[in-house]
Design a protein around this ligand. Sequence first.
Ligand code: SF4
Length: 317
Amino acid sequence: MNSSEKIPVGISSCLLGNEVRHNGGHKRDSYINGTLSRFFDLEPFCPEVGIGMGVPRPAIRLIASDGEARAVGVKDPAMDVTDQLKAYTDEQGDAIAPLRGFILKKGSPSCGMERVKLYNDKGMPENRGVGIFARGLMARFPLLPVEEEGRLGEPRLRENFIQRVFIYHRWRNLMAEGLTVAALTDFHARIKLTLMSHDQQAARELGRIAAGANPDNLDDIAGDYIALAMTTLKKVATRKNHVNVLQHIQGYLKRNLDGDDKAELGETIEAYYRGEVPLIVPITLLRHFFRKSPDPYIERSWYMAPYPGELRLRNLL
Ligand code: SF4
């Protein structure tokens, strides 16, 4: 991947500062418009404007009706735009297909990914709804990394989403180049340590899936592989799993470190485990040792450099 290439990511338009909300306002998010926009090419979508509701427009909300959520007017419940919002998701399919991630506006009856207010038949809100556009988006593009701007404020969720976008981007590029058995094997080798940091058992299962690929079953195997990989990556990596991975990486240095270096590395990994230093500290020390004693497997592993360091995501883990 070219380091200057921006990755295409969809976004609820109001988060970019576009004045498309029902009241003519916006919900500009400074982290997205500042840091993330340097790495992501943000493509705006506003489902409510997209179906012709205009700005300003009557506010809508989700109501539970016959076991499904419907988007209706707050003041005029007879105004039901559910079917139009569903149709918009379908119509935008070609525009969404090239994207490598999507950032949604939380709480919106159109864009909210989870915990949107869903009004029951007594008119009481329950935080269990999903926006109509968001639901269609996630159903049609199940591999696509999706997150809400509110959750991006939490460092571990932020890192998790951004890492998924970069990995999905690499996968899509691989598919565009034409997948081969060797390329799938190489992809797994590069992502394996990252997968281990999320779920060790799933990482082993993915190793078995990749190892079963041959030219005749490659398409099926690739589909199974990336579906399980993207699901695995959604699980937030734990400190304990990171420690296991760091110790595993340390094993590649065992013949190259003297006693002092070994002790320093071991202590740094323990300090990370105790929460005294962030993940970037043991990673930086490992990089330092591998500069002196390079290892081709570790050098190519995306665990060591999952995304541009300027994002500084591992400084907060
Ligand atoms: S939340 Fe979605 S529908 Fe509402 S203004 Fe933002 S982009 Fe438009």
